[in-house]
Every structure is written in C-alpha cells, then in structure tokens.
Ligand binder design. Sequence first.
Ligand code: PGA
Length: 253
Amino acid sequence: MARRKLIAGNWKMNNTNGEAVSLVKEILENAKNVVDKDIVVAPTFTCLSEVNSVIKNTNVKLAAQNMYHEPSGAFTGQISSDMLKDVGCEYVILGHSECRSIFGETDSLINKKIKRALEASIKPIFCIGETLDEREKGITNSIVENQTKAGFDGISLDDAKNVIIAYEPVWAIGTGKTATPADADNVHKVIRDTLKSIYNDTVAENMIILYGGSMNENNASELLNMPNIDGGLIGGAALKADKFLAIINSKIV
Ligand code: PGA
C-alpha cells in the first residue's frame, strides 16, 4: 500500500488570531485543490477555534501542539482531549523536543498522552529524535528505537495504526541544518524496523513517518522523495504561506 504524504505546519508560539486566520486563509485558498497529500496546520491553543472556523470541511486539517492526558480536573494551564475535539482538532503533536527539553516531558508522560489521544480518536503526531551529542556519540539508532518503544508501550496493534511519527533530529530543529535525505531515510528505516519488532510488517509498512528539522521549500522535494519519508513537520517555513505552499506542492516522483 502506498503511503499518503502528509505536510504539517507547526506554528509553535507564533500568531495571534488575526495573523493565524490570514495565514490559514492564504494556505487554504492555494491548497484547496491538492489531492495527493494530507495538509495539517497546528496553531497555538488560542487560535484553534478561529482557524477551525476557516478550514472546517476542507482538505486542511487541524492539529493542536500538545494536550494533557487527564480527562479534566485541577490541572491549571492544561488542555484536555475533549477540549481539542470540541474545537475541531483531528491531530495533536505530542512529545515535541521543545516539550521534552524545555518543559521536562518524559517518555512515560508522552506515552500517557498518546494513549489518551487515541482514546479520544485524535491522531497523535508523536515526535522523536536524537540530540547533537547523541548523534556525535553514534547512538542515534538506539535513541530513536528506545523512544519508539516507550511511546508505543501498551498500545494495541489496532490503535498503533492511528499514530503518526515525526522523526525530528533535535540539532536540525530551527537551526537551518537538515539531516541529509539519506541519513534521515536511514533513521526512518530504523523506526520502521522497530515497529516491525513491536507489531508486524503491515503496521511498520503503513506507518506515516514524517521528517522534521529545517525542512524548507529548497530541500523538501529531495527529502519527500526518499522511500521511507512520508511527509514533513515544518516549523519556520510553515509561518509563511508561500514557503509552506511550495513544500505542499513538492513533486513526488
Ligand atoms: P523547523 O521546526 O522546521 O523550524 O526546524 C520543526 C519542528 O520543530 O517541528
């Protein structure tokens, strides 16, 4: 089965409602006829509702950038899966390296969040990736293997099919440094092999694995044409409609 490409824009802590709406309108206007790729935007929490009102029932889908695993209660500052569903989120980014490194999110917390998202029928975009230090020590493969195993711990085969993985080498995020297409593809292959060992060949072969880390309009095409790379999670270049659209329009051969 050919895997469908998915292009997701992670807007991070950028854009007020007015800015978010004009950005998504421009994306939608120019991408509404795209049929060969899935398109996702992930605005910050305060813009989800407004952005949803623009893209509802279109081919541009909504993601949140995080959520908490408890259903409700005394968790000041947190957002639940029901709240995300209520504003139209079909996806949620979980385990982003900024959440891991700045906010101390652990593998086990991220695993709980993935489980909650799946229970709520929200597709997790589960992020993994090695730091520069880990890459230089030559332990990239074991790091992503361990992160993959921890993320999928206790998740059934049926549920695993609804997870999307984003491989984002931490040293490539927001730095302008990108993994070479061959290096990224190799790591994606390691992730697929890990899924094979946890589940089976079908789950591994059908898993959508995105690359993230300084993907832009110049390098997207080469990355997206690698056999194990199924799309991109894009930060900086997703904040400008023309750049994001250029990535969406990358030719897949
Ligand atoms: P970047 O961010 O494209 O700005 O490197 C990617 C991400 O953090 O998801």
